[in-house]
Design a protein around this ligand. Structure first.
Ligand code: AMP
Length: 506
């Protein structure tokens, strides 16, 4: 091998000529060799289109094999991959394409007309890729050479920019270098014991760190296979689980499976591992899952900026409501949010992280980057947590979700955890809304299974369990909580919706 492209050489090169099936899709199967032929053709297409080393390739496309190959091709061709959530509008795309100064933009045929003026203004080349693998990119690739020599890229060179969902202000481009992605895959293989025998049921989007890096990098690295489905669908999950050994999902995948009577021990007995992350898994879901299948979901914690950082163990206790212990090579501390001073176990503070997994900073946002790191190099995650008596990390919420009422700190998770145990409650989200006397007042937004549960019932239940200042000042009953595609409850949207609830303006 003459090239030295860290990510490609270490994660993808070993199996590139294998005839083994890498991807099973609903329509067809792709061997590793076929997949890598496509990667090479796409890499040649990118160079023909004008890609230079370090250029950003922005991609908003429905999940497809070609899209996954485009990620590997961009890396192999020395580019920087920039995947975008499929639900972003043209207006939002304008920001990402401009901010990242993308030189190649790939969207669906349908979006082409809307994005064309943006690409023209940016002097970027616009190509198309559709859910059925067709488009102008595929057309160029299909006539390109099936061989491609990887472009040299070192450990510190950028591999990808993933924009964070950004609940406040503009979203920030998290820069991930080759070292970040490679190191995390190596750690996860050992920690979760992935081998070439694994078949992953893949129903996650591939514009996000979970579905793209955690899942695809890992399975390609170990030489396993993926059942590569467009999205979560209970019928597909039930149909294809029989052929899988492992599944990675967001919590909503698990609650939907539990809602389906076809999902039982018979269907899941042969499964080696169920992994959950990207949003909190309710302890109740963990317990119901175990009762139904006899298996414990393995919950882990990560974020775009840090890749995977903690995990419950493969062997050993997987404790509901916790995200486990720091992964090997990850330094984690719980710190005072203001001073950055490390807190004792049991105290609630902010999770700070250091290690090869941690990103190199936000794209062209030097100030935001500086604010996000301590002087000794720890990244301030914004997640509030404590270390429990077993040494496991228990997340209590985002720092921005902290409620300060009458000058006192209130962690929503504590209140949500209690409300969720009430008979008839499906789930809840506790937020702070501006309050004339207290600064913020506690609002409980509650989803119930049946009508009839009242605010008085909730308050009566909480009366002897929570200090008065933590008790909700009002309860709102809703049919469902607003969630993004990764299953995260959108608390910022809830806060906005209910900001007048205590009528501060009057
Ligand atoms: P993202 O960058 O979209 O992956 O979002 C990362 C955020 O998701 C983290 O900062 C956490 O707030 C949240 N998150 C990820 N995994 C978990 C988990 N297992 N439990 C609770 N929150 C999680």
């Amino acid at each position: 091998m003459t090239s030295n492209n860290m990510l490609f050489d270490q994660l993808f090169a070993a199996h590139q000529d294998s005839e083994k099936i890498f991807l099973h899709t609903v329509q067809t199967d792709y061997s590793y060799a076929q997949f890598h032929q496509l990667v090479n053709q796409l890499a040649n297409a990118l160079l023909q289109t004008g890609l230079k080393t370090g250029d950003r390739v922005a991609v908003q496309a429905a999940k497809s094999v070609t899209q996954l190959a485009l990620y590997v091709a961009t890396i192999k061709a020395g580019g920087v991959y920039l995947p975008l959530n499929t639900s972003y509008t043209a207006f939002e795309l304008d920001y990402f394409i401009t901010n990242a100064d993308a030189s190649i933009v790939v969207v669906s045929d349908k979006a082409e007309a809307d994005i064309a003026p943006i690409a023209t203004r940016q002097n970027a080349r616009l190509l198309t890729l559709n859910a059925d693998e067709t488009g102008s990119l595929t057309a160029i690739a299909s006539t390109s050479d099936t061989r491609f020599e990887a472009v040299s890229r070192g450990p510190e060179d950028l591999a990808a920019i993933l924009y964070t969902s950004g609940t406040t202000g503009r979203s920030k481009g998290a820069q991930l270098c080759h070292r970040n992605l490679v190191s995390n895959t190596l750690v996860l293989r050992d920690f979760w014991q992935f081998t070439s025998d694994d078949v992953l049921l893949h129903m996650l989007p591939i514009y996000h760190t979970h579905g793209l890096f955690v899942a695809c990098n890992l399975l390609a690295f170990v030489g396993g296979s993926m059942i590569f489905l467009p999205r979560f669908d209970a019928d597909h999950a039930v149909q294809y689980m029989k052929q899988a050994t492992t599944m990675m999902g967001v919590p909503t995948f698990y609650t939907r499976l539990l809602d389906d009577s076809r999902f039982d021990a018979g269907l899941s007995n042969h499964m080696r591992l169920f992994i959950s992350g990207s949003a909190p898994l309710l302890a109740e879901t963990h317990k119901q899952f175990e009762a139904r299948t006899g298996k414990q979901i393995l919950e882990r914690y990560g974020m775009t900026e840090t890749n995977m950082s903690t995990s419950n163990p493969y062997d050993g206790a997987r404790i509901a409501g916790t995200v486990g212990v720091p992964l090997p090579g990850v330094e984690l501390r719980i710190a005072d949010p203001k001073t950055g001073e490390e807190l004792a176990d049991g105290e609630i503070g902010i999770i700070e992280l250091k290690g090869d997994n941690v990103f190199t900073g936000y794209w062209q946002m030097a100030e935001k980057t500086a604010e996000s790191f301590r002087d000794d190099g720890y990244f301030i995650t914004g997640d509030m947590a404590r270390i429990d008596e077993n040494g496991y990390v228990v997340i209590v919420g985002r720092d921005k979700d902290l409620i300060i009422s009458g000058g006192l700190n209130i962690y929503p998770k504590e209140i949500e955890g209690l409300i969720d145990t009430i008979d008839g409650v499906v789930e809840s989200a506790v937020i702070g809304a501006p309050h004339p006397d207290f600064g913020e007042g506690v609002v409980a937004v509650i989803v119930t299974a049946e009508a009839g549960l009242t605010e008085a019932d909730i308050m009566a239940f909480l009366a002897d369990k929570l200090a008065k200042f933590k008790q909700p000042k009002t309860c709102i009953f809703v049919e469902e909580l607003p969630r993004n595609t990764m299953g995260k409850v959108q608390k910022a949207a809830l806060r906005e919706r209910h900001q007048q609830i205590f009528n501060t303006s009057s």
